[in-house]
Write a protein that binds this ligand. Structure first.
Ligand code: ADP
Length: 485
C-alpha cells in the first residue's frame, strides 16, 4: 500500500477506526479510503451498520446521565482541553484533510483553524445557557430553564472533514448532549482523529461516538431510534429531505444544512478588484466544492467585459495539483461522479450557447482534476443555472437592471448564500433585503465564521449553526409555572 503523505506526529491517525464508547470498533467488513489526488489507498477502515449504530446510541444514552449533570464550567473546561489538542496536532489534521479530501494544504490548515474556532466558541457558550423569569400574575411566576435535548445523531459531508464535525459536536457537547456522528465515507480519518483527541482530552467515553460504513443503514438507525431526540445533517438536499422524512416517525428535532445555488451579483457601480477577489474566494474555495460557493455569477452589462477579463486572468493563473505538493491553489474533485457532473454542466452550457473563456476540460494533473473554468453568456435554461455544479466552473450571466438581477438570483428553490457587490448604499439595502437566502456577503466573498449564524432558507435547510444561536439547536425549553402565595 503506497501512502504518499509526509510522516505524521501521530501515525495512529492513519490507522484510525470508528470509535464507540471509548473503544475502536471493527465490523465484519472494511473499505478503502483513498487520496483523490493520487487515487492511492490511504487506509482500510471498518465498515459498520445498524448493529454498531444501535450500540453507539445506547452508549450515548448511558453517558448522557452523567454528562448532562456536569456543571457547564466543567464541560467548558473539557472542550478547551480538546481545543488545545486539536491545535497541537494542527499540522497532522491538515495533512489528513488534504490526503483524504484533496484541498490544498494551506486551505486544509485553514480548515483546522476554522474547526478549532467552533470548539473554542462553544466552550465559551457552554457557560451562557441562560433561563428567563417571566412575570405572569399576582399569584403566579413563570420560570424558563434550558436543558440539553438528549442524544444527538449527526451526519456530515466530505467537503469539510473537520469543520462540519466541530460545528455540530462542539455545541452539542457544550449544551450537555451526547452524540453519534457518521462522517462521510470519503473522509472518516479526520473524524476518527478528532474523536480520539476528544477522548484524550478527558471527554468521557460514550459522549462522542463515530460510526461509519453503510450510510443508509446507519442513517436509518440514527433517524428512527427512539433514544435519539435530535438529528443534525449537512449534505445534499435530496438526502436531507429523505432523512427529515425518516425523522418524522419519531418526531425528532431536525437541523438541516443543505445544498445552495448561490448567486453573486456584480453591479456597474461595484469596485472591480474586490468584486473579482470576492468571486474568486467564493467560487474557487475548495475547488468549488462548498455549499456557499457562488454557482451563478450575475454581472451588469456596464462592468461585464472588464470583470470577465480580470476574473479569467486570475483563474487561468491558478496552480492545479496535489494539495500536498508545492503552492497549489486548486486540488482534485472528490470522485469520478463529481468530475462527470462538472464536465456535463460545461458541455450542456456550451451546447446552449455559452462561450468558454478559459478552462473547460479535464486537467492533466490527474484523473479527478478539472481545469478552472470561466464561461460567459450563461442563461437560465442551462443545467448549471438550476443545479449546484460543485466544481471549479464560474458561469457569468449578463444582466441589465437591478430588478432583472434579483429575479434571476431568486429563481431557485435553494436559499443558502448570496453575494452582492455595489458601492451604492440604497441599492445595497434593496438587494440585501430582496435576496431570498439565509446569508448575504455584501462586498465580501466569505460568509462563514463561527461568530455568525450559518444556514439557509427555502430548500437549503432548517436551523442555524455557529454563533450564540447555534447552541439553541441542542437545548429544550422547560416552562415552570410557580404558584406564589
Ligand atoms: P454530497 O453530495 O455532499 O456527497 P450527500 O448528501 O450524498 O452529499 O452526503 C452527505 C452525507 O450524507 C455523507 O455522510 C453520506 O454518507 C450521507 N448519506 C448519503 N446518503 C445517505 C442515506 N441514504 N442515508 C444516510 N446518510 C446518507
Amino acid at each position: 500500500m503506497a501512502i504518499t503523505i509526509p510522516p505524521l506526529k501521530r501515525s495512529d491517525f492513519l490507522t484510525g477506526q470508528p470509535l464507540v464508547d471509548g473503544s475502536e470498533v471493527y465490523g465484519d467488513a472494511t473499505y478503502a479510503v483513498t487520496n483523490p489526488a493520487t487515487r492511492e489507498t490511504l487506509a482500510n477502515v471498518a465498515s459498520l451498520g445498524a448493529t454498531q449504530t444501535h450500540r453507539a446510541i445506547e452508549s450515548n444514552s448511558r453517558a448522557f446521565i452523567d454528562w448532562r449533570k456536569r456543571p457547564a464550567q466543567e464541560r467548558a473546561g473539557l472542550l478547551h482541553d480538546w481545543l488545545t489538542l486539536v491545535r497541537h496536532y494542527r499540522q497532522d489534521l491538515g495533512l489528513l484533510i488534504t490526503a483524504e479530501q484533496g484541498k490544498p494544504l494551506a486551505e486544509a490548515l485553514g480548515e483546522v483553524d476554522y474547526a478549532a474556532s467552533f470548539i473554542q466558541w462553544f466552550a465559551e457558550e457552554a457557560r451562557r445557557v441562560y433561563g428567563e423569569v417571566i412575570p405572569a400574575s399576582a399569584n403566579r411566576r413563570i420560570v424558563l430553564i434550558r436543558q440539553p435535548i438528549g442524544v444527538v445523531g449527526a451526519i456530515t459531508p466530505w467537503n469539510f472533514p473537520a469543520a462540519m464535525i466541530t460545528r455540530k459536536v462542539a455545541p452539542a457537547l457544550a449544551a450537555g448532549c451526547t452524540i453519534t456522528l457518521k462522517p462521510s465515507e470519503f473522509t472518516p480519518l479526520t473524524a476518527f482523529a478528532l474523536a480520539k483527541l476528544a477522548l484524550e482530552a478527558g471527554i468521557p467515553p460514550g459522549v462522542f461516538n463515530v460510526v461509519c460504513g453503510d450510510a443508509p443503514a446507519i442513517g436509518s438507525t440514527l433517524t428512527s431510534h427512539p433514544y435519539v431526540t435530535k438529528f443534525t445533517f449537512t449534505g445534499s438536499t435530496a438526502v436531507g429531505k429523505l432523512l427529515t422524512a425518516q425523522c418524522a416517525t419519531t418526531l425528532k428535532r431536525v437541523s438541516m444544512e443543505l445544498g445552495g445555488n448561490a448567486p453573486l451579483l456584480v453591479f456597474d457601480d461595484a469596485d472591480l478588484e474586490p468584486a473579482v477577489e470576492g468571486a474568486v474566494a467564493s467560487k474557487f474555495r475548495n475547488t468549488g466544492q462548498t455549499c456557499v460557493c457562488a454557482n451563478r455569477i450575475l454581472v451588469q452589462s456596464g462592468i461585464h467585459d472588464r470583470f470577465v477579463e480580470a476574473l479569467a486572468a486570475r483563474v487561468s493563473a491558478f496552480q492545479v495539483g496535489n494539495g500536498l505538493e508545492g503552492a497549489t491553489d486548486q486540488g482534485p474533485l472528490i470522485a469520478a461522479s463529481a468530475l462527470a457532473k462538472v464536465r456535463d454542466h460545461v458541455a450542456d452550457a456550451v451546447a446552449q450557447g455559452a462561450h468558454l473563456v478559459t478552462g473547460g476540460k479535464r486537467h492533466e494533473a490527474g484523473e479527478l482534476f478539472f481545469q478552472p473554468t470561466v464561461l460567459t453568456e450563461a442563461n437560465p435554461t442551462m443545467r448549471l443555472a438550476d443545479e449546484e455544479t460543485f466544481g471549479p466552473v464560474a458561469p457569468v450571466f449578463r444582466f441589465e437592471t437591478e430588478a432583472e438581477a434579483l429575479a434571476l438570483a431568486n429563481a431557485t428553490r435553494s436559499g443558502l448564500a448570496a453575494y452582492a457587490f455595489t458601492r451604492d448604499i440604497d441599492r445595497a439595502w434593496r438587494v440585501v433585503e430582496g435576496l431570498e437566502t439565509g446569508m448575504v456577503g455584501l462586498n465580501n466573498g466569505i460568509v462563514s465564521t463561527e461568530t455568525a449564524p450559518f444556514g439557509g432558507i427555502k430548500e437549503s435547510g432548517l436551523g442555524r449553526e455557529g454563533s450564540r444561536h447555534g447552541i439553541q439547536e441542542f437545548l429544550e425549553m422547560k416552562t415552570i409555572s410557580l404558584g406564589v402565595r
